[in-house]
Design a protein around this ligand. Structure first.
Ligand code: ATP
Ligand code: MN
Length: 482
């Protein structure tokens, strides 16, 4: 007797007919007191267990119901039914956990179509559904593919801190970390919060990005990447923003912006190709889901490709590289703009692009992923390298169909004096960043990197439309259940 997961059993196929095996799982359905569809999460497919009820006591049979968990010992046999090569003739069934059918009725475990909203409300149970378990397996494969990609290219994985003492990046959007009793917060003589009495002796926050620490690590290790949680208290209730999300941030010494763009493009292509190869069954399933969803949309909102074609496209087509200035021209001259179809009309050079503009460029104009580069300095972060024109910086954003910005990156300002001036212009306290500035004093080098929002990638690859459906337990404004 050997213990198998359903995935390993099915991949052996006919090879193990007549073997005695043990498997465990959750009952998806039980037909005619004879056929159990069992799933253990190892793959999308269920295995069929055939029960000769004469051989089992009535109590056991009665306890087998949707959502209950069982362990089965049995003989692998050629399947009589369609769809599957093999099935298991049960010899022994042990009930691990029962599930009251009346209560199951009220949950998403009830085998019928449920809305994604309902799945979110029962996020603790949605791992048992086909859709969500497929997404989670793809998410895993993507995570693995990312580590694999960087590892094979000689990058070192660095764990940057989750609690940071610097609020240099996006101060307003940070969650504070404190162990003050919030009812009696110590104040100084001016009535301001006295952080010197707080746990770390200073004000601390949850990180919004591991970049600054990542840059510092690069200045000794050459090529690094981080893959960690990041937190943003931005109150944007969109289908592409989470308050807690995972970010992948490579950083490379001796890299300029063009190298950075090459890395981002190669990285996305390889990682997506990897998952297309490894997650065939789950992607086929998600593809069917995607096609059904498309059919329900009005004709003009449908995409011309199905999910798998869309992913293959990414791995095959070159990304368009367009400067911000060119993009503004394209947008300004577009019929869309002239007809007033943008919520934010495109008029002046210098404006920040909204996701409607990004999506127009990708989906309508270029019909391919786009890398926008050389943005106005004023709308980008202080650490981006200033161009000779003194008004644009060496920034780049990768824009994907249906998603908009999936990656944001830049070549970093390596010149101490220019950087100091930028820090001043941005009203940041230079003292806060003494350690960051040190790297520009002791053997500074050109370097570049980017940040990929991991969930935006999972969103794209699974063809889902709401970011809350691609992370196990989403954190969004007014929502931290589970
Ligand atoms: P956006 O304009 O879409 O809010 P951003 O410019 O704030 O993004 P960056 O600070 O450049 O984003 O972060 C790098 C990447 O992290 C983005 O390209 C995106 O993929 C992802 N990202 C940013 N904010 C969020 C969020 N709130 N939830 C999920 N992913 C995010
Ligand atoms: Mn943002």
């Amino acid at each position: 007797m050997k213990v198998y997961s359903i995935n390993s059993l099915l991949s052996k196929g006919k090879e193990i007919i007549s073997n005695q095996v043990q498997i465990s799982g959750w009952v998806r359905s039980f037909r005619s007191n004879r056929f159990i569809a069992l799933n253990d999460g190892s793959c999308l497919a269920n295995i069929q267990i055939v029960v000769d009820f004469e051989n089992f006591d009535e109590k056991t049979i009665n306890q087998i119901s949707v959502a209950s968990s069982i362990q089965v010992l049995g003989i692998v046999a050629e399947s009589q039914g369609r769809g599957q090569e093999i099935e298991i003739q049960a010899e022994k069934i042990q009930i691990l956990g029962t599930a009251n059918p009346n209560e199951v009725q009220e949950t998403i475990l009830q085998p019928k179509r449920h809305t994604l909203e309902k799945l979110r409300e029962q996020a603790h149970l949605r791992f048992r559904t086909n859709t969500f378990s497929a997404i989670m397996r793809v998410r895993h494969a993507l995570s693995f593919a990312i580590h694999n990609y960087f590892n094979s290219q000689g990058f070192f994985h660095i764990h940057t801190p989750i609690i940071t003492g610097s609020d240099a990046e996006g101060a307003g959007e940070m969650f504070h970390v404190t162990n003050f009793d919030l009812n009696t917060i110590p104040k100084d003589e001016n009535g301001n919060v006295d952080y010197s009495q707080d746990f770390f002796g200073k004000q601390t926050n949850l990180t919004v990005s591991g970049q600054l620490e990542g840059e510092v690590a690069t200045m000794g290790l050459g090529k690094i990447y981080t893959f960690g949680p990041t937190f943003r208290a931005e109150n944007s209730n969109t289908s592409r923003h989470l308050a807690e999300f995972w970010m992948v941030e490579p950083e490379v010494a001796f890299f300029e912006l063009e190298d950075d763009m090459n890395l981002a493009e190669d990285f996305l292509k390889k990682v997506i190709a990897d998952v297309l190869e490894k997650c065939k069954e789950d992607l086929e399933f998600l593809n069917t889901r995607y096609e059904q969803e498309q059919k329900q949309k009005p004709q003009n909102e449908r995409t011309e490709w199905n999910l798998i074609e869309k992913l293959k496209n990414i791995t095959e087509k070159n990304f368009h590289r367009v400067s911000y200035t060119e993009a503004i021209e394209v947008l300004k001259d577009s019929k869309h703009n002239k007809k007033g179809k943008f919520k934010y009309p495109v008029e002046n050079w210098g404006m920040d692009l909204q996701s409607e503009h990004e999506r127009y460029l990708v989906e309508e104009h270029f019909d391919a992923p786009v890398i926008l580069y050389d943005y106005p300095a004023e709308i980008k972060a202080f650490y981006m390298r200033l161009n000779d024109d003194n008004k644009t910086v060496r920034a780049m954003d990768v824009l994907f169909p249906g998603i908009g910005e999936i990656i944001g990156g830049s070549q970093r300002e390596e010149r101490l004096e220019v950087l100091k001036q930028k820090i001043k212009d941005f009203n940041i306290d230079e003292k806060e960043l003494w350690w960051y500035l040190d790297t520009r004093k002791f053997g500074t080098v050109p370097h570049a990197g980017f940040g990929l929002g991991f969930e935006r990638l999972v969103l794209f690859v699974t063809g889902m439309s709401n970011i809350r459906d691609v992370i196990p337990f989403p954190r969004t404004p007014k929502n931290a259940e589970f």
